[in-house]
Write a protein that binds this ligand. Structure first.
Ligand code: 26W
Length: 806
């Protein structure tokens, strides 16, 4: 889109007048933000309509990405960038007397996701549109996104995230595309004209209304859709005309219960809780999404055998796995297909991505719950299960003794991962190591039956947001050095390799990093009134708080350094600033205690004059996409220290690498592939391998206490948890202490401590030699192109979805 700055300024003034009746001098930053987004939306809408018409006309295969989470963050900057208007708009705003940074932050960060899985979905949408691929998101329009984290006396307090309180500028309500979703009731089989028909009666009716968000491709003509569904009551539902006396109250009860469905995002990350409302959300998403896909399909076709040639459905973990029985239901009950045909079509349409092997995260719904909330769906799952178990029995006699373990329904529960594997044509992990663990361990028996279904798609991140938008100076420097090709072909970043030893390029890289560190330091100074040294190593640990991600290991290292300084105040040490950002699930007590331990450590260390020039610990409140965008460009060190085998991939590791941070990490998830790319000298790896972790788990011969007893440094650090170092009461952190010594340290924190400390010493030595450091930093940026989600999405498009650029 080519509009000049003058044209932008004029349209801005016009829009401001017609929308707010205000002059530029009177307008607030919020009004300026709204004006810019309205202008931009006018442009986007035209392309959106064109894309849609073209996609319908050409009748090309479409992909739908079903996800309970889309962690979009702000869209204003990435929409402007992709529409080719970012600098015009920024210059224009300046001319008008606005500061564009202040204008853009008026957009509420859309936090419709917990962490990695939700952000991945958002990066994928950006890549789909940027590669001109016909792929769309299907999700829920939660009224409240992930809670806002407020720190009170060092504790996390959760506040509601009412992100819709100002109008959401990017959405368009499409009431004409509403559909109905049914819950509860009874299912009868009645025989009509020699056929068995399914009759569903006395169900609760819910109206699903779609709100569409345009997804703008980078400097192209494609605008795809993210369709977010909102639940509303049926204005004329049967409850209203109920023959009972309490119509009005019934109606209000019903309305309340329906609106709850899309009220809030469950703040659970990697922990499964079998809540009825969550199941309702899942079915609501799946049923509404599928109905709208089928109604679009039916406008062009009446042969459902064509469905797999026209539609691919990717399910983001098992959360939307009810698409399988729901598609069966729609094909059989609504379209009168027989079981075998419906099954063939369903299993050629649906593909499943697994994002975790943590047992506590695997979804298993109680039979009774599914049976009463979704009686017809339960019947179908039951039939799928019976046929599946029989097929193992007859076709794989060698697995007969494994049937109970592999069944979709067993011990009163429905195992959603088993349903997802049985009902889809592709099962993928999100990094090589993770996929291998699925094939050889967690899903070994399924892999034996369906070897052709399993495949790997290593995650990626959109380099447009995570490099071009968040680190403008770096992006500019890269383009000045190797040209702009890397923007469309991120793998071209490899051209930087020729500059790794180039002193003047190194200096430029160092300047960019320093500027970014200064910007973050200013932010920390203004928000927290803490002064940090921009010459110190910025050591960054940002991700959800979870035992397996081992923020605790990082803390133990910090406390160890603190002790070294206390023991020897003249110790030579490169100053470090440890930066944490993390939310804990509200019910995850251990994680909340670790947060409190971080903030207590921060209080202790930041206020101790002995270490004041050497160590600082900062816990940044309310970690979210926008905060990540501030921190990542300023990072020197990227902490990726999960217990090996537990982190399926990680994507923060990729974002930080792309911004020139060096990784200290275990051989887990995508860290393994980062090491393969950069070589072992350009990453600091340490700790047990996944094989060693499995071995300890099998043999049960790990003894955390032995390590505690034999490592003096660890004893000193850990005893601080219980010896009134932090507080006068000694109970606060007792739980953490006990989990390590009495519950035998599930995540091998003590076991990996020694090699972590060693790796951190190596970090420090390397940092002292700035030339060597910068060389490694450049090497990391040069190899980060592989981790663009454009690569990931091309692989999905070619190897799973069979969709093609428009
Ligand atoms: C039902 C509760 C629940 C909620 C979310 C269970 C599991 C999840 C997700 C699978 C957790 C998640 O976000 N997994 C992360 O997915 C990322 C994208 O693939 C990976 O990079 C992370 O390693 C993985 O932890």
């Amino acid at each position: 889109m080519n509009i000049t700055q003058t044209e932008f300024v004029q349209s801005f003034i016009d829009k401001l007048t017609t929308t707010f009746g205000k002059t530029v001098d009177e307008a607030t930053n919020k009004e300026a933000y709204q004006t810019v987004s309205l202008l931009l939306k006018d442009i986007i809408l035209r392309k959106w309509q064109k894309t849609q018409n073209q996609q319908v006309e050409q009748d090309e295969k479409q992909m739908y990405y079903f996800s309970m989470e889309f962690l979009l963050g702000r869209l204003i900057e990435s929409n402007l960038l992709n529409a080719g208007l970012l600098s015009t708009c920024e210059e224009g705003l300046k001319e008008l007397g606005f500061n564009s940074d202040k204008v853009f932050i008026e957009e509420h960060d859309a936090g419709l996701g917990n962490g990695g899985l939700g952000r991945l979905a958002a990066c994928f949408l950006d890549s789909l549109a940027s590669l001109n691929l016909p792929g769309h998101g299907v999700g829920i329009r939660y009224k409240y996104g992930l809670f806002q984290q407020k720190m009170v006396n060092g504790y996390q307090v959760e506040l509601p995230d009412y992100w819709l309180k100002d109008d959401y500028m990017w959405e368009t309500k499409r009431s004409d595309k509403s559909v109905e979703v049914h819950f509860g009731g009874e299912v009868l089989l009645v025989s009509k004209d020699n056929h068995l028909h399914v009759e569903h009666k006395n169900f609760e009716r819910v109206l699903a209304i779609p709100y569409d968000v345009p997804i703008v491709g980078y400097e192209n003509e494609t605008v795809n859709s993210l369709r977010l569904w909102s639940a509303e009551s049926m204005p004329n539902s049967f409850h209203f005309h109920s023959s009972e006396g309490h119509d009005y109250y019934h109606y209000l009860d019903y309305k309340r219960s329906v609106e709850q469905i899309s009220e809030f995002l469950y703040p659970d990350d990697s922990y499964y809780e079998g809540r009825l409302l969550r199941l309702k959300q899942q079915y609501f998403l799946v049923s509404a999404g599928l109905q709208s896909i089928l109604s679009r399909f039916k406008r062009k076709h009446d042969d459902f055998f064509l469905l797999p040639q026209k539609v691919a459905i990717q399910i983001n973990d098992t959360h939307p796995s009810l698409v399988i029985p729901e598609l069966m239901r729609l094909l059989m009950d609504e379209e009168q297909l027989g079981w075998d045909d419906a099954w063939k079509i369903t299993t050629s349409t649906v593909a499943y991505t697994n994002h975790t092997t943590l047992v506590e995260a695997l979804e298993k719904w109680p039979i009774d719950m599914v049976q009463s909330l979704l009686p017809r769906i339960y019947m179908i799952i039951n039939e799928i299960n019976e046929r599946f178990c029989q097929s193992i029995y007859y076709d794989h006699p060698e697995l007969r003794d494994k049937i109970a373990e592999m069944a979709i329904i067993s011990y009163g529960q429905i195992h959603m991962a088993h349903l997802a594997i049985a009902g889809s044509f592709s099962v993928n992990g999100v990094a090589k190591l993770h996929t291998d663990i699925l094939k050889n361990r967690e899903m070994k028996n399924f892999h034996t039956i369906f070897p052709e279904r399993f495949n790997n798609k290593t995650n990626g991140i959109t380099h447009r947001r995570w490099l071009m938008n968040v680190n403008r100076n770096l992006a500019q420097l890269l383009s000045n050095s190797i040209g702009k090709n890397w923007i469309k072909e991120p793998r071209e970043l490899i051209q930087l390799i020729k500059y790794t030893d180039d002193a003047s390029f190194q200096e430029e890289i160092a300047k960019v990093k320093l500027k970014n560190k200064e910007r973050l330091a200013e932010f920390i100074q203004s928000e927290y009134d803490i002064k940090i040294d921009t010459q110190s190593i910025f050591d960054v640990h940002i991700k959800r708080l979870h035992g397996y991600k081992r923020q605790l290991l990082n803390l133990f290292h910090i406390l160890h350094l603190y002790q070294l300084c206390r023991d020897n105040p003249n110790i030579q040490m490169t100053p470090r600033t440890f930066i944490f950002g993390a939310k804990a699930a509200p019910g995850y007590h251990f994680a909340k205690q670790v947060i409190k331990l971080i903030t207590s450590t921060s209080d202790k260390i930041n206020n101790d004059p002995v270490v004041k020039d050497k160590l600082k610990v900062i816990f940044l409140e309310n970690y979210n996409v926008s905060l990540a965008e501030k921190i990542i460009p300023a990072a020197d060190i990227s902490e990726q220290i999960s217990t090996a085998s537990k982190e399926a991939s990680g994507t923060g590791n990729m974002k930080l690498m792309m911004n020139g941070a060096l990784t200290i990490g275990t051989l887990d998830g995508a860290n393994v592939e980062i090491r393969d790319m950069v070589g072992p000298n350009n990453i600091f790896t340490f700790g047990l391998t996944s094989e060693q972790v499995f071995e300890y788990q099998q043999n049960g011969n790990y003894r955390a206490r032995d390590i505690y007893n034999s490592d003096q440094r660890l004893r000193v650090v850990m005893d601080k948890l219980v010896n009134q170092f932090f507080t006068y009461d000694d109970v606060e952190f007792k739980n953490i202490y006990y989990s390590l010594l009495y519950n035998n340290d599930e995540y091998f924190v003590l076991k990996d401590f020694d090699s972590y400390v060693e790796a951190q010493q190596h970090v420090e030595q390397t940092y002292r030699n700035q030339k060597s450091w910068l060389k490694k930093s450049i090497t990391n940026i040069a190899h980060s192109g592989k981790f663009s989600s454009d690569r990931t999405i091309s692989e999905y498009a070619n190897e799973i979805w069979d969709i093609h650029p428009l």
